[in-house]
Design a protein. Structure first.
Length: 180
């Protein structure tokens, strides 16, 4: 028991290491704040999600050997939120060459429902291992969810990518997502 507690404390200390200087950034398009461990960069770009053209707003940074990113997009057709999350998730896993569902090593999902999010079956937290474009292994912990904002539904995604699994750091990042 003491050994398990020691590992847990070590993991928490690593998540709060000096290399990780946590600060809040906003994704105003989704009224979401994100806690990032480094100076954030922001971007927007048009993308297609579930057959819909949307403008995606992103914030992210790199620190201590990991990439941290969050993004949201408002859907013109709110009824397609579940399909958009499924499409987005599949695109991320394909981009990092993660094994497909049903194959050994396929992404492991569990339900994810932050306060203020829509209760959709496609709202998940996933862990996966894949390959970077250069062939190096990459580990990911990611979430996908949707939320209502007035007459619109925004779909959102957050991810931590690193060469080695970083569950304590990913937990801290994901816990820092706040819907306003």
């Amino acid at each position: 028991m003491i050994r398990i507690l020691g590992l847990g404390v070590t993991g928490l200390l690593m998540a709060c290491s000096p290399a990780l200087d946590w600060r809040e950034a906003m994704l105003p398009s989704a009224s979401m704040s994100v806690s990032l461990p480094c100076k954030p960069e922001q971007a927007r770009r048009p993308v297609a999600l579930a057959g819909q053209s949307v403008e995606m707003h992103m914030v992210g940074c790199e620190a201590d050997g990991a990439t941290f990113a969050a993004a949201c997009a408002a859907l013109p057709e709110p009824a397609l939120a579940g399909a958009a999350l499924t499409h987005w998730r599949a695109a991320v896993w394909a981009g990092m060459q993660a094994p497909a569902q049903g194959q050994p090593g396929a992404p492991l999902d569990q339900p994810f429902l932050p306060a203020g999010a829509l209760d959709l079956p496609q709202s998940v937290r996933s862990v996966a291992t894949g390959r970077q474009p250069g062939g190096d292994a990459v580990h990911a912990q990611a979430v996908w969810f949707a939320r209502v904002r007035g007459p619109q539904v925004s779909v959102c995604h957050a991810i931590v990518l690193s060469a080695q699994p970083r569950p304590a750091v990913a937990d801290a990042f994901i816990a820092g997502l706040a819907l306003r």
